[in-house]
Design a protein around this ligand. Structure first.
Ligand code: ZN
Length: 278
């Protein structure tokens, strides 16, 4: 049976911690490297419902995309939600490992899985290539097999992503033809200018705010925008990471059981339509 150290080595060979942003906190958060690991749960967020799922399933390790602790802390007492979560994991011998911005820029990484989920085919290239290796980087640009209307691509993307309360928000003419698409999992504000410069027809990402999106659309000639739930844009990566870990381990004669959490942990869980002016 593999140890936690073996699994960490395997994960970090695909998601090198040196690729993480300087402000990020990736890698092993809790767990004994010598502990045996058989069952590994993959989830976007290290939150209470995910810890419960890990406990119910009998997981030995939880791999999350988002870090539990991003800034320094002086206490892991169960007096906060984060403290309670880490106490639950430690008491039940469950490790926690995070692959965040290092998974964003990996090849394949978070946005490759997003691109495939929304139906992009053929080769994918980074929207913003990494300086040291242009095969890696933030976001991906790819194409649809043939042009479709923005409305049709939106329906296709909605079918390909896991359901969330907010669904998709779209800025642009629903009838415009689109084929070259850029995607970026998670908050994509910072890549708006890059997407315009790339000359794509659509930029699909999450967490777009009013002012950047409004100014972007006022300057005509750029891509249409699709804003999805943050969680939904990163969730497709979990299956890819889990599959890679299971097959890489199997190639070394090691059997691990992986599972992808289907619990929606996006912050927004309900919407209501407002009445119009008529
Ligand atoms: Zn994220």
């Amino acid at each position: 049976m593999p140890t936690l150290a073996d699994i960490v080595t395997e994960l970090e060979s695909r998601y090198d911690p040196r690729w993480a942003e300087s402000w990020d906190a990736v890698g092993l958060v809790c767990g004994d490297p010598a502990a045996e690991v058989r069952k590994i749960l993959f989830a976007v967020d290290p939150v209470a419902v995910v810890a419960e799922e890990a406990l119910d399933w009998g997981a030995d390790l939880v791999v999350t995309h988002h870090p539990l602790y991003l800034r320094g802390t002086t206490s892991v007492a169960a007096t906060t939600s984060k403290g309670r979560l880490i106490q639950t994991l430690i008491k039940n011998d469950i490790g926690l490992f995070t692959a965040h911005t290092n998974a964003d820029v990996a090849d394949p990484g978070v946005s490759d899985a997003l691109a495939r989920a929304v139906g992009l085919t053929g080769p994918l290239v980074p929207l913003s290539p990494a300086a040291d290796d242009p095969r890696r980087g933030l976001g991906r640009v790819g194409s649809l097999p043939e042009p479709v209307s923005l409305a049709e691509f939106t329906r296709q993307a909605a079918r390909g992503l896991p359901a969330t309360a907010g669904g998709l928000r779209v800025a642009g003419d629903p009838d415009r033809a689109v084929q070259r698409i850029a995607v970026s999992g998670g908050s994509g504000d910072s890549l708006l200018g890059t997407a315009r410069a790339a000359g794509v027809d659509v930029f699909l990402t999450a967490d777009l705010r009013h002012h950047p999106a409004s100014e972007f659309m006022e300057n005509s000639g750029g891509p249409a925008l699709i804003d999805a739930a943050h969680w939904a844009t990163e969730w497709p990566w979990l299956a890819d990471a889990a599959h890679h870990l299971a097959s890489a381990s199997a190639a070394r004669g090691i059997t691990v059981e992986t599972r992808v959490s289907e619990t929606v942990t996006d912050a927004w869980n309900t919407t209501a339509k407002c009445e119009d002016f008529t």
